[in-house]
Design a protein. Structure first.
Lengths: 343, 448
């Protein structure tokens, strides 16, 4: 768009509302980016609203922006001093918006475009973890084109043997649990793959680890150069432990969250250590939430995925974990905001 | 589901998901004149609280609509509500304690699903066929429940052009349903928002009128006046025949229930808006040059418009879904229910670019039945958008099927279901594969 023009150019005379125009000499507002057009729009609007309130309580002037085709024009108009990203889902988490903000020179919270791409693409993240010896469940990943153009169907029996049933089929890039399918047997697999491909052009087939769902959030220190803070472990406990209900395990109301999780000796430390290793491996910045599984019989930990724009709603895991570490919501938001300037 | 519905608000999306009538057909000048008539003539009343049961002027209009439905009622048995949706809420509030049983059709009105869930009702859904709810299935379900010492608090049904199923309960089944309810002393909640939006065929009597006229010996509390039912709570609304923006509906209910609804409404909102009640009253006083009530003429125009749109959608379905799906051909109402061969409609919606519909799961309490079906609204959508929307869905379906074949090496359709003739008789019972699913099933409440 108008990245090479002076800030503010191109929006005058379009009859846009003038309420956010920057007054000369006054520092720009905090722009909270939220909503957008992804499947996580609803959650993002809730996260954004909470972040806006916190920013106001912290004494900032705040402009909430529901991300859409007018994003750049709106940013150029209000000239924010910093963008707070509460934008979950595709554009907000896959590096698109981060790259755009860098182009127009607005500091923003959270990870940079490269880290976002590494985290959001589950297949890329899993390959990187495997290479770095961070344990992650056995998997295979392929694009839709491999089905149509390369005849991957013939390789499925081999994949099934190496991964084993039951297995989980996930869209490679889809933040929420939407599109996550469960296959108990060979017969379930084609429909599960086709279903998951409705949400992305690539899928990850992953061994289903029966055990406990853990999440560890990592927060950059307020002091530059200091090691990030690893927050207490959250455990998600499904209310109904039924296989067929796998998809609803992540639905609100179907799950209880406990923090700090009551885990066998040493597991908390290992989980936190793995989360920090993953955070560093993928190059995250500011904040991220790492999801892990603890296998039920061996207590073995594996890393499933990393979320670069964790939810900030009243029931989200990051605020819950921060609270358990005596970091209240406003302090959490203040830390995330500060990280925009330590990149 | 909610996540996906949020996307339908985007301007580039053709939404076949709404439950919308087409309000653009209402004449703006008439709307302005009626509003100023209310403002000038009834300022104080319009701005004041009204009676909880509704204003007499609005109840008169309701009596008129009920008469058009061939149902004579006692004005004293009416309560005016804030939309038909409030009736469902108030009935649950009055009758349902957590764990109580409700019987509903499968699929059922997606808007009732969260309400039933919120009151923690145990909803048993009975799979419909082309004639609506099979009453023999209902009876065997009731027998089974009786064996468990359970008794439903009410039977929820939409007999005309069911939402979302699009089917109409046949006359013999209506009669039998009323008989069964009478034999077993069960309440029926008859939800009839679309009765006057019939595009073909003969109107069928309401359950309310059937019970009032042909009910057996009056049970305790029955008025025995031949016009009041003591088993049926009737739900009506101005939303589909006039405007959902008015938020005006009503219940006609047996006295004991009516008192509870009134109490519940006092707690909920004291009264429905006098402003819109007076608007309706002013509108119902309007006459055409020929002396006919203007609202009757308006409903006729809506019927013509919606009939054409229904036909456009049926034609588009044949063109774009043919051989890969079955669907209902409703005689009225707003919706068509389509069931696809082996395609999960929630996934399909995620994949469909620029078109929205209601995935079938929203019509089931368990959140996963109906996964191959979808509800399509034709009434509130212009012809060209109907054609384009159905084309887009059909195109996406094609992609799914191709992938599936590539994975399985099969040339047949994905689920191994025989492709149905596009013009097949609408048969909701055939929409879900397994026989066990067809049976009345005990569906646990789904925490949303």
């Amino acid at each position: 768009m108008s990245a090479d023009k002076p800030a503010g150019a191109g929006v005058k005379g379009k009859g846009r509302r003038g309420g956010h125009l920057r007054v000369a000499g006054e520092p720009g507002p905090v722009a909270v980016l939220k909503g957008g057009g992804s499947l996580e729009r609803t959650v993002s609007l809730r996260s954004g609203a909470r972040a806006e309130s916190a920013c106001k309580r912290l004494g900032h002037r705040v402009v909430g922006i529901d991300v859409g085709p007018e994003l750049v024009a709106e940013l150029l108009e209000c000239q924010p001093r910093v963008a707070f990203l509460a934008l979950h889902g595709s554009d907000g988490e896959d590096g698109t918006v981060q790259g755009l903000l860098e182009t127009i020179g607005i500091p923003y919270t959270g990870s940079g475009p490269g880290a976002c791409m590494r985290c959001t693409d589950k297949s890329l993240a899993k390959y990187l973890m495997r290479e770095a010896n961070i344990p992650t469940p056995p998997f295979a990943a392929f694009k839709e084109t491999a089905i149509k153009d390369l005849g991957i169907a013939a390789a499925l029996p081999g994949l099934e043997r190496s991964i084993g049933f039951p297995l989980v089929v996930k869209p490679a890039r889809q933040g929420s649990a939407l599109g996550v399918k469960f296959a108990r047997s060979h017969e379930d697999l084609p429909a599960a793959i086709v279903g998951a491909l409705s949400y992305d052009r690539a899928v990850v087939l992953e061994r289903y680890i029966r055990g406990r769902d853990l999440a560890v959030s990592v927060l950059d220190s307020e002091t530059p150069g200091e090691s990030p803070i690893v927050l207490p472990v959250v455990e998600a406990i499904p209310r109904e432990e039924e296989f067929y209900n796998y998809e609803s395990r992540y639905e609100i109301g179907m799950t209880t969250f406990v923090c700090p999780a009551d885990l066998p000796e040493g597991v908390t430390e290992r989980a936190q250590d793995l989360a920090l290793q993953t955070y560093r491996l993928l190059g995250c910045h500011g904040v991220a939430r790492v999801d892990l599984m603890m296998e039920e019989t061996t207590d073995e930990l594996t890393v499933l995925e990393t979320n670069v724009v964790p939810g900030l709603t009243a029931t989200s895991l990051l605020p819950l974990a921060a609270d358990a570490a005596d970091i209240d919501f406003d302090a959490l938001i203040a830390r995330i905001l500060a990280s925009a300037f330590t990149r | 589901m909610r996540e996906m519905m949020a996307l339908t608000e985007r301007p580039d999306v053709i939404s076949l998901a709404g439950g919308l009538p087409d309000t653009s057909t209402f004449e703006p000048a008439l709307y302005a004149r009626l509003m100023s008539q209310v403002a000038d003539g009834s300022t104080a009343r319009a701005l004041q609280y009204g009676p909880t049961e509704g204003m007499a002027a609005a109840v008169e209009c309701i009596v008129e609509v009920m008469a058009a439905e061939d149902t004579v009622i006692d004005p004293a048995s009416v309560i005016v509500t804030t939309g038909g949706q409030q009736v469902i809420d108030l009935v649950c509030k009055a009758l349902i304690d957590p764990g109580d049983t409700i019987i509903a059709e499968a699929p059922t009105y997606p808007g009732a699903v969260p309400t039933f869930g919120a009151y923690q009702a145990d909803v048993i859904q009975i799979e419909m066929d082309a004639d609506g709810m099979p009453i023999d299935e209902l009876e065997s379900t009731l027998d089974r429940l009786a064996g468990e010492g359970r008794r439903p608090k009410f039977i929820y049904t939409i007999p005309n052009f069911q939402n979302p199923g699009g089917v109409t309960m046949s006359l013999p089944r209506r009669r039998r349903l009323v008989e069964v309810a009478r034999e077993r002393e069960l309440l029926i909640l008859e939800d009839n928002p679309y009765g006057l939006l019939r595009y073909e065929g003969t109107p069928l009597p309401t359950l309310y009128s059937l019970d009032a006229q042909t009910g057996g010996p009056p049970t305790q509390g029955a008025s025995g006046d031949g016009i009041s039912s003591d088993l049926v709570i009737y739900l009506g609304t101005f939303s589909k025949i006039l405007s959902p923006g008015l938020r005006l509906g009503w219940a006609v209910a047996p006295r004991a229930v009516l008192e509870k609804l009134n109490l519940g409404k006092q707690g909920a909102d004291l009264c429905s808006s006098p402003m819109t009640q007076l608007f309706v009253a002013a509108y119902f006083a309007e006459r055409t040059p020929a002396g006919e009530p203007a609202w009757i003429e308006y409903v006729r125009r809506l019927r013509d418009l919606y009939r054409r749109r229904r036909d456009v959608m049926l034609d588009s379905l044949t063109e774009h879904f043919g051989g890969r799906a079955s669907w209902t051909a409703p005689e009225g109402g707003l919706f068509i229910w389509a069931t696809l061969d082996g395609v999960d409609t929630t996934d399909l919606m995620a994949r469909s670019q620029g078109v929205a519909f209601v995935p079938g799961r929203s019509a089931y309490m368990d959140g996963h039945s109906g996964s191959h079906s979808m509800r399509l609204n034709f009434a509130g959508v212009p012809d060209e958008d109907i054609r384009e929307g159905i084309r887009r869905i059909g195109k996406t379906m094609g992609g799914d099927t191709g992938l599936f074949s590539a994975l399985t090496g099969a040339t047949a359709d994905p689920a191994g279901v025989k492709g149905k003739d596009a013009a097949a008789t609408p048969d909701l019972a055939a929409s879900e594969a397994s026989a066990s699913e067809k049976q009345a099933k005990r569906v646990r409440r789904h925490k949303a």
